[in-house]
Design a protein around this ligand. Structure first.
Ligand code: NAD
Length: 339
């Protein structure tokens, strides 16, 4: 069994912890938290060992009546791999801690690419992280994950000449009460390209991609307006079939009447998905269109959850525990990925 510690128990960390606990070949060593808030309470109720992320704050947990299993160093020492899900920039600060105990680590997309030996997307470059010299991986951001999953089968099957993507981004996650905008539409950034295209190149170095970002008053999901110029001119039906073979791409059927991210999230909740999570890219089937070599489509990305299966696969890849196909299939089956 792989012992996995999760450092940082917020939006991504709590989902990674649940996913680790669901794997047949992993044990959750515990989760490290900075404060005894509602998420700490939920971790305790789930029976997850809780570690103090900042040792000087351990007393706050004791005062709140929460028993700690130890301090974050104890967790790092015990774990075979740590998944660092702290806020952007803090992962880089934690790197020394993981190196001190020779513990391989998985970082998140808010960190700069140089935080880790490789940037990771299971479908695109799983085998890079299996290399003996690779001790750390960065699971790229939710948007980069969604674009990498989409572009990889297109590159493999048709070749890609150029990609142009406008990312309509949610202002904040549902729990982020301080984020915005609350009544505006912002070019974000106003300069072109946005950072997303260069980030895709950390996974797919040869792909020619330009991205533009817009931020809107929404919390549910992101929406990408995608144009990919292919090296071939397949029919829209052939592209649909290609995507249909990819478990982490969900083609939203016309007959479901799902007209936006609101109904997508309703669908996820109605079908019993934990937290209403949508781990798959959600591509509107009807939007898939070909004009000559140009492919057009809309896809939505659930920012809080699409990177979760990737974190699980990154753990196996770093330890060279399983091949890509076996790891992705195990992750998908245990989580229920594939709508
Ligand atoms: P979050 O703020 O929801 O959670 C981070 C947690 O880490 C919080 O509970 C915070 O208290 C805790 N923390 C702060 N300092 C810490 C420390 N020193 N040690 C341990 N824990 C500490 O953030 P998030 O949304 O889960 O993002 C985590 C990472 O995942 C970031 O790199 C982010 O860019 C990336 N990411 C976020 C999303 C998203 O939409 N939320 C999507 C993909 C990737």
């Amino acid at each position: 069994m792989i012992q996995v510690g999760v450092n940082g128990y917020g939006t991504i960390g709590k989902r990674v912890a649940d996913a680790v606990a669901a794997q047949p070949d992993m044990t959750l060593t515990g989760v490290a938290k900075t404060r005894p808030n509602y998420e700490a309470e939920a971790a305790i109720r789930k029976g997850y060992p809780l570690y103090a992320a900042i040792p000087e704050r351990a007393d706050l947990f004791h005062e709140a009546g929460i028993d700690l299993a130890g301090e974050v160093e104890d967790m790092v020492m015990t774990a075979d791999v740590v998944v660092d899900t702290t806020p952007s920039g803090i992962g880089a600060d934690n790197r020394d801690l993981y190196e001190r105990y020779d513990t391989p680590a998985v970082f998140q997309g808010g960190e700069d690419a140089d935080v880790a030996d490789v940037s990771f997307n299971a479908r695109s470059n799983y085998d890079l992280a299996r290399d003996d010299d690779v001790e750390t991986a960065r699971v790229v951001s939710c948007n980069t994950t969604g674009l990498s999953r989409l572009l990889t089968p297109l590159i493999e099957t048709y070749g890609v000449e150029k990609s142009r993507v406008t990312l309509v981004r949610r202002g904040g996650d549902p729990g982020q009460t301080s984020r915005g905008p609350i009544n505006d539409i912002l070019p974000d950034p106003v300069t072109v390209p946005s950072h997303h295209g260069p980030d895709v190149n950390t996974i797919l170095p040869d792909v020619d991609i330009d991205t533009l970002g817009v931020k809107v008053p929404a919390t549910l999901m992101h929406l990408h307006s995608v144009n990919v110029t292919l090296d071939a001119s397949p029919s829209a039906e052939e592209v649909r079939e290609l995507f249909g073979d990819e478990p982490r791409l969900f083609l939203v059927p016309e007959e479901t009447g799902i007209d936006g991210t609101g109904k997508l999230k309703e669908f996820a909740m109605d079908t019993g998905r934990p937290r209403g999570d949508l781990w798959e890219n959600c591509i509107w089937e009807e939007s898939i269109s070909m004009e000559g070599n140009d492919l057009y489509l809309f896809q939505s990305i659930h920012q809080e959850s699409d990177v979760i299966p990737e974190n699980i696969d990154a753990v196996r890849a770093l330890l060279d525990w399983e091949d890509r196909g076996t790891s992705m299939a195990t992750t998908d089956e245990t989580l229920g990925v594939g709508l």
